[in-house]
Design a binder for this molecule. Structure first.
Ligand code: CAO
Length: 262
């Protein structure tokens, strides 16, 4: 596929990390025991249940060069309409567009894994790092939303997450999840599937890296790693790989994404 020329942009230098101002607990020199409660208690329950799932891991590099330029233009347009626009709305829409062809990845299984339900709605969950802890609200019916509508909904969920006010409805009914750990840092991750969902993807940080062009010249490209986990009891590795290839193709060629948009 033809890709847009690299964008003239300075590579971000490795940032100097400022340590957090407050470290809690323990008090220096003293052990401290406290009950596990609230959102962390919910995390114990979900993650313990997740341990019964045998995951299949699949990793790939995504050339984001064209999308970096595309998003730079859209970001200002969205801002003019009062909406902050990151890469997530595009990642989420591309997931939904690819799920259409691989519906098993948008399914759920019952506790004993005896029945599988193909979900009609694409309710895409996003791992969110909030002051209360890890929460995974979801954007409902992504298959029927425009990319701008997804961005607005993401803004709403982020504001509620920051305020500790996400509703039960926002937090339930997810059918597939994404975890953008790259907004904090890192490359690869091993995301944990949230039962009863069967797949999740983690996104690394977009980095300026050298790559070869079609004339074997070294060029600067913007690369992001994706790490998928799927429930290997019901999802074949090849299905995950084919889904990832389609998702990757939408991100690497935003024009093809527009072509298939509903
Ligand atoms: N690489 C490079 N830049 C990225 C990026 C990535 N992977 N992801 C986000 N960014 C950029 C955004 O584009 C934005 O840039 P601008 O200021 O230029 O617009 C900036 O980082 C801040 O983005 P954001 O974090 O506010 O928004 P988002 O939509 O990308 O992500 C959310 C939203 C909720 C996913 C994110 O805030 C978050 O909480 N991430 C952590 C998820 C997490 O904890 N996962 C682990 C779960 S398991 O414990």
């Amino acid at each position: 596929p033809r890709l847009a020329p690299p964008i003239a942009q300075k590579a971000t230098p490795t940032p100097v990390v400022t340590p957090p101002r407050v470290v809690t607990p323990p008090v220096i020199g003293q052990d401290q025991t406290e009950p596990i409660k609230g959102i962390r208690k919910a995390m114990v329950k979900t993650m313990t249940a997740a341990q019964s799932i045998p995951p299949f891991g699949y990793y790939d590099d995504i050339d984001m060069t064209a999308l970096v330029g595309f998003r730079r233009d859209i970001k200002q347009l969205a801002l003019d309409r009062g909406v902050k626009f990151s890469y997530m709305p595009v990642f989420i829409k591309a997931v939904s567009m690819a799920l259409k062809y691989y519906p098993i990845l948008n399914s759920s299984v019952d506790e004993k894994c005896e029945n599988i339900t193909y979900k009609a709605a694409h309710n895409i969950g996003l791992a969110m790092d909030t002051k209360d802890g890890l929460l995974v609200p979801n954007i409902k019916n992504v298959q029927a939303l425009s990319i701008f509508e997804i961005a607005s909904e993401l803004n709403r969920l982020q504001q509620l997450g920051d305020a500790g006010k996400l509703s039960t409805s926002d937090l339930s009914g997810g059918t597939f999840s994404l975890s953008n750990i790259g907004s904090i840092g890192g490359t690869y991750a091993r995301p944990v599937i949230l039962p009863p969902e069967v797949a999740i993807g983690a996104l690394g940080r977009i980095q300026a890296l050298p790559r070869f062009d079609e004339n074997d010249k070294v060029v600067k490209r913007y690369i992001m790693q994706v790490s998928w986990s799927a429930d290997h009891r019901v999802v074949e590795g090849a299905t995950m790989a084919r889904f990832s290839n389609l998702w990757k193709s939408y991100l690497e060629n935003p024009t093809s994404l527009i072509l298939d948009l509903k």
